[in-house]
Each structure stands twice: as structure tokens, then as C-alpha cells.
Design a protein. Structure first.
Length: 97
């Protein structure tokens, strides 16, 4: 995923915006990322990805998602269509699509 690709597709919050928010606001917990333009408060698809970005940042790593943007959007469409609790996104599935 490139920096300007949206992590939160509901509210069009890019990975760049989330990373800038992490650096600027230094949230103590991942749930505080909802204050970044509402990220994670729509359909819920991006929550595991936001949590991953927060974990990376908190551990001192440069945050970034290794999932292809096209596959990410397609998997979110499937997620929204099914809305099953067992359809939690796999944040490490960089080559599944």
C-alpha cells in the first residue's frame, strides 16, 4: 500500500494521514486513531490495520502496510457483503490478492 492509499475507505483516511497523526499526536492506544478524521468508525474493516500501524509506530518502527491497495479494497467489499464475525481482515496477507 502506498502512503496516499486510503486505509479507512469509509472516510478516505490515507496511510500518510494516519502516520502523520501518529507522529504528531502520539496516541497511547490504537483506539485514539478514531480522532484522525474518524478512521475506523465506519464499517470496521480498517480497525485491524489501524491497530497494526499503531503497533509498528509504538515499537519504534516506521508504520506501513504491506497489502496491495486493489486487493485491500476488494477484500473490504467482500467483508461488507458478508459482515460475518469470522471475516476479520488478515493484516499480514500481502500476497493473497
Amino acid at each position: 500500500m502506498k502512503p496516499d492509499d486510503d486505509v479507512c475507505l469509509c472516510f478516505h483516511v490515507s496511510q500518510r494521514k494516519v502516520c502523520a497523526y501518529l507522529k504528531r499526536e502520539q496516541p497511547k492506544v490504537a483506539s485514539q486513531l478514531t480522532e484522525c478524521l474518524g478512521a475506523g468508525t465506519g464499517c470496521g474493516w480498517c480497525v485491524p490495520f489501524l491497530e497494526q500501524l499503531h503497533r509498528q509506530w509504538a515499537s519504534g518502527d516506521e508504520p506501513g502496510l504491506l497489502v496491495p491497495a486493489a486487493g485491500y479494497a476488494a477484500r473490504r467489499s467482500d467483508y461488507k457483503a458478508s459482515r460475518k464475525s469470522d471475516n476479520t481482515p488478515d493484516v499480514d496477507a500481502s500476497t493473497n490478492d
